[in-house]
Design a protein around this ligand. Structure first.
Ligand code: MD3
Ligand code: FE
Length: 217
């Protein structure tokens, strides 16, 4: 009986904070399903392993990536795009697990975006030293849809700029279980991730995993 009572209330570690117009940080929001997320992630990477993609300019990214869902984000010498087929296997990306889809939907709703139905989940793996330089996410069809990001494993310093590349970024430490919903004007803000510091996370070891849920098409 007490179990039911406790399960019906929010995780006391969670809290909600607006960090820019349309951007909401949900601390520890993913913690309640962390085991299921990690189990689903392990299953995905047996089918479509992490790989270091190359940019159009031919540079290999320090972040390793894979995808699940109907569309996956890929980059190669022809540029950036969403593709239904994993170029490495020649097969469709694994289906988006319901625990992923439902978590993204609940987070979006908590931030005020109802009926978010992502068709793409880009999965980023940071090992110590890996980083992501300042960029905008503009490969999706409709910028009216938010992007939902879920941080797992080691903490990272997230760099959050503004609408211009030259806007000085603010720094946020994103920890295991934190979710950020990026909608409204913040959807097109420049952002990046500082080089990952080494450490050991009790569930994921020497790495950080970031899931970004998108409506690509
Ligand atoms: C702000 N990933 O995959 S997630 C990316 O931690 C990406 O792996 C970073 O940037 C990561 O494109 C940051 C947070 C994030 C994702 C998308 C955004 C922040 C965003 C889109 C617009 C504004
Ligand atoms: Fe991004």
């Amino acid at each position: 009986m007490t179990g039911d009572l406790f399960e019906s209330v929010a995780d006391p570690r969670t809290c909600q904070q607006s960090i820019a117009e349309g951007a909401v940080l949900l601390r520890a929001f993913a913690r309640s399903v962390e085991q299921d997320l990690i189990a689903a992630l392990h299953d995905i990477i047996t089918h479509t392993p992490f790989r270091h993609m190359s940019t159009r300019s031919g540079h290999q990214m320090s972040v390793a990536m894979t995808n699940c869902g109907d569309a996956g984000w890929v980059t190669d010498r022809s540029g950036y795009r969403y593709d239904g087929i994993d170029p490495q296997s020649g097969k469709p990306w694994p289906e988006m697990p319901s625990v992923f889809r439902e978590l993204a939907g609940r987070a979006a709703a908590a931030a005020g975006f109802d009926d978010f139905l992502p068709d793409a989940c880009l999965i980023n793996r940071y090992q110590p030293g890996a980083r992501m330089s300042l960029h905008q996410d503009r490969d999706e069809r409709d910028f009216g849809n938010p992007i939902v990001s879920v941080s797992l494993g080691l903490p990272a310093i997230f760099l959050f700029g503004g609408p211009e590349r030259s806007d000085r970024p603010r720094r946020f430490r994103l920890e295991h279980g934190d979710i950020v919903v990026w909608g409204g004007p913040s959807r097109l803000f420049f952002h990046g991730v500082a080089p990952l510091a080494d450490g050991e996370h009790n569930l994921l070891g020497h790495q950080r995993i970031n899931l970004t849920f998108r409506k690509a098409h």
